[in-house]
Design a protein around this ligand. Structure first.
Ligand SMILES: [Zn+2]
Length: 376
């Protein structure tokens, strides 16, 4: 599944509610350094399944499916390069899905009427499609990287011009060759730049990371159209003999830092806008109000944010705290965790969601701020 499909699927899952058996959502960290950690993951799945079966929380077939998939993942029989996997199962709605992901996260097992999408939303936002480009004087490698890992790769090889020596004209031949090589080198970088532009469009790459010696990176940069050059997130080391996974891993480290910094910056801007009043609101009460109006364009929320809430079973309006009736339509409500409910609602209405591990000013505003589609 491509990154674009994954994002579309996330919005669909955020809207999904089962009328029959509940949805089982499992987040499994498969980034094991040793056998001890692998054993811990196995036990986590085993205990969660035993509890769900014991309490008859979920459909037996769904739990059997989770057990089989979990076993395959723990034994590393599938998705070897993945550091995490997300599973959703709801047999009564024919929902059985497994997404391998390249980033690790906390093991989580949730049974509810709706899929638990908040961690997945955060991960997809943190790992937008990107392009990693290794380049040297005569070759290049394009690596498409998204939330699931390396989604595509290709090798570009420059034609090496033949070297002709003629009699005593060696010196002249030498200089000719050098000039020829220089011209071809420019052609090589030109061709690589054209390939990068095509792939940037094809994969909707938000960032481009160059893996190259500084000189090669500088020459390539000159050939890139401004729109593509503006997407260069940084340059990392790279050598022709290195494997794709090694280069991709190094680039992923840089991309994670860039995304984290962008998240912090965007939250600071949103908080400043909220303070001025207008295009953003900060704090739980104001955000719940904006979400109820379907006015949120981008929600920023701490991963630790949890609060009891109520959702109207008729009009869907959200409220803080426990309430038995809806303030808008007077019908009955059910309790919900507000953080997850807000994330689902924003995704379902076409907005974006960024989750942050920590952000002191945001914590000071209740852990939540929202940019609006229009001035409040
Ligand atoms: Zn209502």
């Amino acid at each position: 599944m491509s990154a674009v499909d994954l994002r579309t699927r996330l919005r669909e899952l955020a809207r999904f509610e089962s009328a029959g058996s509940p949805v089982v959502s499992v987040y499994l960290n498969t980034e094991w350094v040793d056998e001890h950690q692998r054993e811990r993951a196995r036990i986590f799945v085993k205990n969660a399944l035993a509890e769900a079966r014991g309490r008859r929380w979920a459909d037996g077939d769904d739990l059997d499916w989770i057990e089989r998939q979990g076993k395959t993942l723990v034994e590393r029989a599938a998705f070897e390069g993945a550091n995490g996997a997300v599973l959703f199962a709801c047999g009564s709605a024919n929902l059985r899905e497994l997404f391998p992901l390249r980033v690790a996260f906390d093991d989580t097992f949730v049974v509810d009427a709706r899929p638990y999408v908040r961690p997945l939303a955060g991960i997809l936002d943190d790992t937008p499609p990107s392009l990693v480009v290794f380049v040297d004087g005569a070759s290049a490698r394009l690596i498409a990287l998204d939330a699931t890992g390396v989604s595509d790769e290709t090798v570009l090889q420059a034609e090496v011009p033949a070297r002709h020596k003629t009699g005593g004209w060696a010196a002249l031949a030498e200089s000719r060759y050098q000039r020829h090589l220089l011209e071809h080198r420019e052609q090589h970088f030109e061709a690589v730049a054209a390939a990068i532009s095509a792939w940037t469009d094809r994969y909707d790459a938000h960032h481009v990371v160059l893996a190259a010696e500084p000189r090669a990176a500088a020459v390539l940069r000159k050939h890139l159209p401004d729109a593509v050059a503006a997407r260069i997130a940084g340059v990392v080391a790279g050598a022709r003999h290195e494997s794709v996974s090694v280069i991709a891993e190094r680039a992923a480290g840089l991309l994670a830092r860039v995304e984290r910094q962008a998240g912090v910056r965007n939250v600071n801007e949103a908080l400043a806008e909220a303070a001025e009043g207008g295009t953003a609101v900060a704090g739980v009460t104001a955000t719940v109000g904006a979400v109820n109006r379907n006015a949120v364009r981008h929600l920023y929320v701490l991963t630790t944010f949890r609060e009891p809430g109520a959702v109207c079973q008729d009009c869907g309006a959200l409220q803080r705290g426990v309430h038995f009736t809806c303030p808008f339509c007077g019908r009955g409500t059910r309790t919900t965790e507000l953080g997850e409910a807000l994330v689902e609602r924003v995704l379902a209405s076409g907005g974006d969601v960024t989750t942050l591990e920590s952000h002191r000013p945001l914590a000071g505003h209740g852990g939540i701020v929202a940019r609006l589609r229009y001035a409040a």
